[in-house]
Design a protein around this ligand. Structure first.
Ligand SMILES: Cc1cc2nc3c(=O)[nH]c(=O)nc-3n(C[C@H](O)[C@H](O)[C@H](O)COP(=O)(O)OP(=O)(O)OC[C@H]3O[C@@H](n4cnc5c(N)ncnc54)[C@H](O)[C@@H]3O)c2cc1C
Ligand code: SF4
Ligand code: SF4
Ligand code: SF4
Length: 405
């Protein structure tokens, strides 16, 4: 029996894209959240017929080289202030999706959060679209979604698919060919943190679900606050000492292992349009508390769609501004594996009192706690050194200047 089982990516190499589940015609692959809080595939030996199709596609999805690259970066935002306020960056995703629904009767795919479940789903109306708005800082369960997208495309429906670059890549591998009626949006992606930290965050704050992972109550980028549900009430956690999840996300020690060497932290993108934050204006007079997006139209299709949207304001940005504040566009953080605790999350929570384990993960905030001051300073020093390496940035800027991408 063992010989016929396929070999999927190992723990360190699996992106969690969930393509293998959709590829299997025998429903032999299921995903569950492992003890460290990350999605993991499990093969049902009874259902598996040993065709190894999943193995082939898993290798393909991890080596697929996407070549689309933007020629002129842009910055912009939704014209509607209400849309910007509800979005994480400048509201570009909502505006593009809204335009696609109104002008092309599109089906839009994106991530939603219900309680603590983050998953991909499709919507077809403007009312439903609001659910997809906002970043959910957890890996979304995309199982079943690639099959669903293909069937909508084959029905001739216009489809907007939005997700992390590894999910967009998985969709492209699944579909094999591009479709005129498909518009893919990928996000600049920092990495996805362990679900354990989300559960702990809710336990500390007596909440039962996350409503918003990043609020703009104090302005875009000044917003390390989460909104949660507590017994049917909406509560914004604005006490920094209770914001474990956000601090843990920032301290970069609890991401899925593969995220530290992500092949998509690159100027070559998977989406027709890439969206992220335009952080270059964060500490300047141009700062806008409603948020500003980085927009990379990577394909002609993406650029044309953007130009047809009458609900967005945008203009050219320089590569220097675009890249300098968004290192995930040109370099991964392999070096951070030196301090990452992703594979020890379960052990730390088992061996230490929970609150002590929390302090280790929320390192940036722990500098206010005597015992953990040294730990946070140590981590800060290591990460500062790693970030100070500007070689990757000058390399990529040179390549762009010489048109050598
Ligand atoms: C895990 C994660 C890490 C990120 N890291 C960075 C970063 O380092 N730098 C940066 O500039 N931007 C990053 N972003 C993107 C940024 O937070 C905004 O999502 C992006 O700028 C789009 O903002 P918006 O205002 O246009 O739309 P919003 O309405 O804020 O974005 C909503 C869109 O994001 C998609 N989405 C939300 N959560 C997920 C998820 N968990 N998985 C897949 N798709 C999801 C939704 O499907 C929807 O399409 C990250 C997003 C996520 C989810
Ligand atoms: S197809 Fe994706 S989720 Fe499945 S094992 Fe490979 S990398 Fe992991
Ligand atoms: S080998 Fe074939 S049947 Fe078995 S899990 Fe993979 S795709 Fe499914
Ligand atoms: S960092 Fe890379 S592997 Fe991790 S979720 Fe983002 S795109 Fe996927």
């Amino acid at each position: 029996m063992k010989n016929k089982l396929p070999k999927l990516a190992n723990y360190k190499d699996c992106t969690g894209c969930m393509l293998c589940a959709d590829i299997c015609n025998h429903k032999a692959i299921r995903f569950y959240i492992d003890t460290n809080g990350f999605w993991k595939p499990v093969i049902n030996e009874h259902n598996c017929v040993g065709c190894k199709l999943c193995e082939t596609k898993c290798t393909e999805v991890r080596t697929n080289r996407i070549e689309i690259v933007c020629r002129q970066p842009l910055r912009g935002h939704a014209i509607s202030e209400a849309v910007r306020l509800r979005s994480t960056s400048g509201g570009l995703f909502y505006s593009i999706a809204e335009h696609a629904i109104l002008s092309k009767n599109a089906v839009v795919y994106g991530a939603v959060c219900e309680g603590t479940n983050v998953f991909h789903k499709s919507v077809e109306t403007i009312e439903e679209l609001k659910e997809l708005q906002g970043s959910k800082y957890a890996q979304s369960n995309a199982s079943g979604i690639y099959t669903d997208v293909r069937s909508r495309l084959r029905q001739g429906r216009y489809v907007v698919f939005s997700g992390t670059p590894c999910q967009v890549n998985a969709l492209r591998v699944y579909l094999k060919n591009d479709y005129d009626n498909l518009l893919c949006i990928d996000l600049i992606c920092h990495g996805v943190p362990s679900n354990i930290l989300m559960y702990r965050h809710l336990a500390i704050n007596k909440g039962d679900g996350i409503i918003q992972f990043r609020t703009k109550e104090r302005g875009w980028g000044r917003d390390s606050y989460l909104t949660i549900s507590r017994k049917g009430q909406v509560v914004t956690i604005d006490d920094p000492s209770k914001n474990l999840f956000y601090h843990a996300f920032q301290s970069e020690q609890c991401f899925r292992l593969n995220c530290y060497k992500c092949q998509f932290n690159d100027i070559h993108r998977t989406g027709d349009i890439t969206l992220g934050d335009f952080w270059a204006i964060r500490f300047t007079v141009e700062y806008d508390r409603l948020g500003e997006s980085t927009i990379l139209p990577n394909s002609i299709k993406g650029l044309k769609f953007l130009q047809s949207c009458n609900n967005i304001e945008y203009r050219d940005a320089t590569w220097d501004d675009t890249l300098r504040c968004n290192p995930r566009l040109y370099t991964n953080r392999q070096e951070y594996l030196k301090t990452a605790l992703s594979s020890k999350i379960n052990r730390l929570y088992r061996l230490l009192p929970s609150r002590l384990a929390d302090y280790i993960f929320e390192a940036w905030h722990s500098k206010h706690r005597h015992l953990f001051y040294l730990w946070s300073k140590h981590l800060e020093r290591i990460q500062k050194n790693l970030d100070a390496n500007d070689d990757a940035l000058s390399d990529i800027l040179k390549k762009i200047e010489n048109n050598a991408m």
